[in-house]
Design a protein around this ligand. Sequence first.
Ligand SMILES: C[S@@+](CC[C@H](N)C(=O)[O-])C[C@H]1O[C@@H](n2cnc3c(N)ncnc32)[C@H](O)[C@@H]1O
Length: 244
Amino acid sequence: MDEKPRRVRAMFARIAPRYDLLNTLLSAGTHKWWRRTALRACRLRPGMTALDVGAGTGDMAIGMARQVGPQGRVIGVDFCEPMLARGQAKLRARGLEGSVLLTGGDAQSLPLRDTSVDAAVMAFVLRNVADVELALCEMARVVRPGGSVVVLELGRPRGALFRAVYETYFHRILPRVAALLSHKDAYTYLPDSVAAFHSPEEVAAMMARAGLEEVRFRLLMGGVATLHVGVAGGPTGRRPGIPR
Ligand SMILES: C[S@@+](CC[C@H](N)C(=O)[O-])C[C@H]1O[C@@H](n2cnc3c(N)ncnc32)[C@H](O)[C@@H]1O
């Protein structure tokens, strides 16, 4: 495994026990609203099959399981076992082990067949992935034509004043608060990885290159998060191990 994936996986393994608590604390609960918005964009109905890429502690997979109901099926893929173990405990507590399968796997080489799911979501994962375009191609590959590919990611506010205030919080206050409850390095990596990540326009262009159609994005809270949505048109993009 390359250096970045190894570092990312080890970091999430360290923060897994406090991941959910810090999400709620550091986003003042807004991540729940962003997640609901992303889940709506998946256009899932009872009985469908859904995929959560980089499922972590399973919040999106749980939301999808409620949408597809007992006749449906959700698969959550992540390469960090301690994150999945937290997710598995949450599934048990909610009686959802029968409808959600959490399994190990890499976003850049999904362990699923072409066009095998009705929708795929990826929440707060893409900026952690070494080959962003390949991960998008993989989502486009496994979703059936007409199904939604939804990417939720943190971003940088566009308004100058809000951006200045927010970045003071994000770069200076958040890592200090996080250091009291979890691992400071992970919460220094968080703002740094957001700052280094592609703009929403660039991600939209990559989604289109991955073969997705009707690609659009919406800034949430002025750009603190971004929701990207595309419609799968069948597997046309790159395959794992086949460089373009
Ligand atoms: C910030 S967490 C997000 C977890 C979850 N999606 C959520 O909404 O809370 C990022 C997750 O992506 C996973 N991840 C990062 N890169 C990955 C990759 N290449 N393949 C699979 N999982 C990956 C990490 O292990 C971690 O669980």
